[in-house]
Structure formats: structure tokens, C-alpha cells
Design a protein around this ligand. Structure first.
Ligand code: LLP
Length: 429
């Protein structure tokens, strides 16, 4: 739990009491630690320094301008997947010459926008897309760098809905198709086909899938070079894991020890697209208990004011997030996954739910928690990645505010939405 810790009986982010922030901004609220974000970025950078990797922060994981700005200031590039993300990255101070653009469905409008910005590279996911980029670049008189995104058909052993590198997934180009494209690449005179890209899914808890994918790609690089292509870049995507449970997980240096020798063998410059690793454990979501209720069957619910529209990961992927009261005399277990504290004194076994009208609006099912009552604050941990960025206004619920902590200071980096924000842009017929 980077930079979030209990001091005495209350939770802090860096040197600020969570309770103090909440008394000013209300709930639900996302709270991020600037120090955690910067530390994680540099941990990754250091682990891969032998390859002088270009680290492109994956904007989809947390697209707040202030978060992107922090990373831009640290020298990060950006991985974007839409015109909107490109707009955000540039607005936050991101250097376009360090921006890579992925995605299976880039529109002509988005391609033109990226060309105008002279981004570093397009990660191309089909022959059809390559043709569009080639034509549009020709019209604009530009020769953008292009990497073919390869679908290596590797099972990264992650959730079915976050796996991207298997043959049945929509992402990337299979080896047979890639070889065909390489053979006819001389036709595409307005692109510089100089890289390969793989992204296997996320989070990936072992290095093995990366190694297997890269071994397959090494052979393709040779074929590219034999066909006269000057392949200079290998983009290994994102997917680096974080601990959601408190258990120890592998770290960047563990990935690096196995990946770097392969990249060296490829004689390529390394590009990486981490999202979750940098921001996942750098943010929490604070919610307030509205009611508690117990059914005649003895089932206990803690109903809080955050819901699946604010953090959809548990509803969408059955994702596990640690939850603990902000103020409590009971210590949060170091590893919580197995509900070791069930049945202990002062504890309840509850479902933590939100107010949205969906049965899947559950943050935690049958979870051991210190007894909590109306008005108490709960922290939902590991919410910095794919938290706010996947939020919606479903059930016409204004989205929460976002707060950034820096040492003993904090500031609101996105204000809470209002009811007026909900209807902005709508007209009566
Ligand atoms: N590069 C590409 C091409 C990607 O599609 C993604 C994530 C990343 C990099 C960054 O992956 P990361 O390092 O953050 O794991 N919403 C899901 C995760 C979906 C990720 C989609 N692509 C979740 O909440 O777990």
C-alpha cells in the first residue's frame, strides 16, 4: 500500500489524514499519492535502465490531467488509445515525440490528429489500418513510424476479460498475416515500418508469458530484417502486476531480469506501456457508510455511497479490492485475501455494496470487516488504476472528485460533478 498507512487508529495518505481531506471534499472521493506515482515510475525506469527503455504511461489506467502532468514532468511518454487520450496527454504537457498510439479501431479523424501532432509511433493492429495510415500520411506528406502489433497467441493467465494476446482476441495481427504484410511492405511508401509490439493482457503475475511471446517475436524480427525492414523498436506493452491482497508479487526487476536479455538479442530499443503498476496502488477510493442492514437469513450488508459506477472492477471482473475502515482500532491484516480474520471479536462478515440498482453493485462479498455503522468511512484500496477512468454516471450519479496528496499538502484535481453536469450537453427536442 504505497504511501497509504495507518498511524495510530487512522489512515493517512503521505502526511495527510484522510479524514481531514474528506471533511473538506466529501465522499465518494478518489485520493492519490504523488510520491507513490513518482516512486513506481522510477522503480520501473531503474529496473529497465540497461535498455534505456522509453516508458509510455498507459493513459487509460488513469487519465486525470494532473496525474499525466506529474508523469510528463518525470520524463514519461504516453500510450494512448483514442483521440481523446492523445488530447489529454498533450494537454498535460506530454511530449508528442514520446507518444505511442494503440487500438484496433483508429478512425481517419484520429489518425489525422495523431499525424498533425507528429506522435512517436502508431501500433498498427490490422492490414486495413496500415493502409489507412499509409494513405493519410501520404496526403499529409509525412512518414510516421509504425509498429505491427503482434497477437502471439499466448495465454497470460489473467481474467478472460483482460486477456488480449490469444488468437480469439480482437487485438493485433497473427504471425501468418504479419509475414504477409512484411513481404508486401514495400507498397506502403508513406510509413516507416520499424517496430513490433505485443501486449498480452493484465495484470500478469509471472514473467513467463512475456518470455514466451518475445521468443516467438525474435524469429519474426529476423524475417523482417531479411525482407529489408529496419526494425529498431520492440514495444512489450503493459500488464505489470500489483498486489491487490497484500501478498508479495513480482517486481519490475524480476520482469527485467528475464526480458532484457531477449530485447538485447533483438537489438532493438525497448518501449513499455505500464499503467496499473504506476498508479494502481497509488490511489484509493473513500466512501461513507449510508446504512447497514441484516436480513432475516442473517446476511449483513454495508451500504455505502460509492457504487459500481465509481469503481466498476469488482462488478466487471470480480476483482478483489481490500476494504478497511478509515478509523479503526483493529489492524488491517497484512494479507487479506483469505478472510483470516473472519469470526474474530469486533468483526462482521458483510457484503459491501453501493446504491446502484444492479445486483452486481458489490465491492466485496462475504468479507470480514471491523464492525462499522452509519456515517463511518471506508477505504477501498488499489483503486488508482481503472478506477475513475472507467467510472460512469449510471443511475444519474455525479462522478466523485479526485484529490492529489503531496507531502502534507493536498488539492482537488477534479471537482465532484453536480446534477447540472449530468444534463450538460442535452437539449429538449
Ligand atoms: N498497452 C495496451 C495496448 C493496453 O491495452 C493496456 C491495457 C496497457 C498497455 C496497460 O496495461 P496495464 O499496465 O495497466 O496493466 N480495465 C482492466 C484492465 C484493462 C487493460 C486494458 N489495456 C482492469 O481494470 O483491470
Amino acid at each position: 500500500m504505497d504511501d497509504f498507512e495507518y498511524r495510530g487508529k487512522t489512515l493517512f495518505c503521505e502526511d495527510v489524514k484522510i479524514e481531514d481531506i474528506i471533511s473538506e471534499v466529501g465522499t465518494p472521493a478518489y485520493i492519490y499519492s504523488k510520491n507513490a506515482i513518482i516512486s513506481r515510475f522510477h522503480e520501473l525506469k531503474t529496473a529497465f535502465q540497461d535498455a534505456d527503455a522509453l516508458i509510455c504511461f498507459s493513459v487509460k489506467s488513469n487519465s486525470n490531467l494532473s496525474i499525466c502532468k506529474i508523469l510528463a514532468e518525470e520524463g514519461s511518454g504516453f500510450d494512448v488509445v483514442s483521440g481523446g487520450e492523445l488530447f489529454r496527454a498533450v494537454k498535460a504537457g506530454g511530449d508528442p515525440s514520446r507518444i505511442v498510439f494503440a487500438g484496433v479501431g483508429k478512425t481517419d479523424k484520429e489518425i489525422k490528429y495523431a499525424l498533425e501532432n507528429d506522435i512517436f509511433m502508431f501500433n498498427v493492429e490490422s492490414l486495413a489500418e496500415l493502409k489507412h495510415i499509409d494513405t493519410l500520411a501520404g496526403e499529409a506528406g509525412k512518414i510516421p513510424r509504425v509498429a505491427l502489433r503482434i497477437n502471439p497467441d499466448i495465454d497470460a493467465k489473467t481474467h478472460a476479460k483482460t486477456t488480449t494476446g490469444k488468437k480469439e482476441n480482437k487485438f493485433g495481427i497473427d504471425f501468418t498475416e504479419a509475414e504477409k504484410i512484411i513481404k508486401q511492405s514495400a507498397q506502403y511508401t508513406s510509413v516507416d515500418l520499424c517496430g513490433l509490439h505485443v501486449h498480452l493482457g493484465s495484470p500478469i503475475y509471472t514473467v513467463d508469458p512475456y518470455v514466451r511471446a518475445l521468443r516467438k517475436v525474435v524469429k519474426l524480427i529476423q524475417k523482417c530484417r531479411n525482407a529489408g525492414l529496419d526494425i529498431r523498436y520492440m514495444n512489450i506493452g503493459g500488464g505489470y502486476c500489483i498486489s491487490y491482497t497484500g501478498e508479495k508479487v513480482i517486481r519490475p526487476k524480476d520482469y527485467a531480469s528475464k526480458i532484457l536479455p531477449l530485447v538485447k538479442e533483438m537489438q532493438c530499443n525497448l518501449i513499455m506501456e505500464p499503467g496499473r503498476f504506476i498508479v494502481g496502488n497509488s490511489g484509493i477510493l473513500i466512501t461513507r457508510v449510508i446504512y447497514t442492514k441484516e436480513t432475516i437469513h442473517g446476511k449483513k450488508f454495508v451500504i455505502c455511497d460509492a457504487a459500481m459506477n465509481d469503481l466498476v472492477r469488482p462488478a466487471l471482473y470480480d476483482a478483489f479490492h481490500r476494504i478497511w475502515p478509515v478509523n479503526t482500532s483493529i489492524k488491517m491484516p497484512e494479507v487479506e485475501k483469505f478472510n483470516k480474520s473472519m469470526g474474530k471479536r469486533g468483526m462482521d462478515v458483510v457484503d459491501v455494496v453501493g446504491p446502484v440498482c444492479e445486483s452486481s453493485d458489490v465491492f466485496a462479498a462475504q468479507r470480514a470487516l471491523p464492525k462499522v455503522g452509519e456515517g463511518e468511512l471506508l477505504a477501498i484500496f488499489s483503486a488508482g488504476a481503472y478506477g475513475f477512468s472507467m467510472s460512469s454516471q449510471y443511475n444519474s450519479r455525479p462522478r466523485p472528485c479526485e484529490v492529489l496528496v503531496d507531502g502534507d499538502q493536498y488539492c482537488v484535481i477534479r471537482r465532484r460533478e453536480t446534477h447540472e453536469d449530468l444534463v450538460r450537453g442535452e437539449n429538449f427536442t
